[in-house]
Design a binder for this molecule. Structure first.
Ligand code: FES
Ligand SMILES: [Fe+2]
Length: 254
């Protein structure tokens, strides 16, 4: 096996706090959900003080890789080593430098066991394209999570959503301490929480043919009508408001 060579680097300003970046790096579970275009499956092998070890299968490839994360306690650097599978011994090395309360610079290097310069250049180019997309998706999630964690004033416990005849669906609204979406489902009006109870991910997604909502961050599923977990977990959506029609007006009550 040849020694590792640097195939490519990727530098980026990330508009998110180092706390969110750390959370995101340790969060192996988002890989096949948020990055569904890049990864088909991911399962945890084990976890230690350095971080996770996972079995990750890339989209369009049936051969899983075993990857091990080593992250510094202060998040200033981390690396992901391919222990087995395609690209075995390759390493992704990342440095993270905080530049503001919600800002950081990341420098990513991809080291591979390849010595041919033409092959290295090709691998490096592919790596940069993939990493740009992954960081775009991660940054959007980190920012949305930061916003979701920011306390909001409590909304009213009764909201008039306007005349039924003018109702445009889906209709998002806040009620009490919750955030909801009103949709038409199986012939009637249905309100459901649009906040995932796992990490506060966005459930402003269409109801699928099974009557379920799938969270885009980690792929957890919920029955839209009952709010119950649809994938065997114990999580449950916030209680849906009561929707009534009063003198032609659509009223939501907590
Ligand atoms: S936030 Fe994790 S599944 Fe929704
Ligand atoms: Fe990610």
């Amino acid at each position: 096996m040849s020694s590792l060579q640097l195939a490519g680097t990727y530098d980026r300003h990330v508009a998110a706090s180092v706390a969110r970046i750390r959370e995101n790096v340790l969060d192996w579970e988002h890989l096949p959900a948020l990055h569904a275009g890049s990864f088909a499956a991911c399962e945890l092998v084990d976890m230690d003080a350095d971080g996770w070890r996972v079995r990750l299968t890339a989209a369009g490839d049936s051969r899983p890789q075993t990857l091990k994360l080593y992250i510094a306690a202060d998040t200033s650097q981390y690396r992901v080593v391919t222990e087995a599978g395609p690209g075995e011994t390759s390493e992704i090395r990342v440095t993270v430098r905080e530049t503001g309360p919600h800002a950081a610079r990341v420098h990513v290097e991809y080291h591979v066991p390849v010595s041919d310069p033409a092959m290295l250049a090709m691998i490096g180019k592919g790596f940069v394209a993939i990493y740009e997309r992954l960081w775009d998706e991660d940054e959007a999630m980190m920012q949305a999570r930061e916003a979701a964690l920011t306390p909001r004033p409590r909304a009213l416990d009764r909201v008039d959503l306007g005349p039924e005849v003018d109702l445009v669906l889906p209709r998002d609204f806040d009620l009490g301490s919750g955030r909801f979406r009103l949709v038409r489902h199986r012939g009637g009006l249905l309100a459901h929480s649009r906040v995932c109870p796992h990490w506060l991910g966005p459930l402003d997604v269409p109801i699928d043919a099974d009557g379920c909502l799938t969270c885009p961050w980690h792929g957890y599923r919920f029955d839209a009508a009952t709010g119950r977990s649809a994938d065997g977990r114990t999580l449950r959506l916030a209680a849906a408001p009561t929707i009534t029609i009063e003198a032609g007006q659509v009223i939501a009550c907590a």
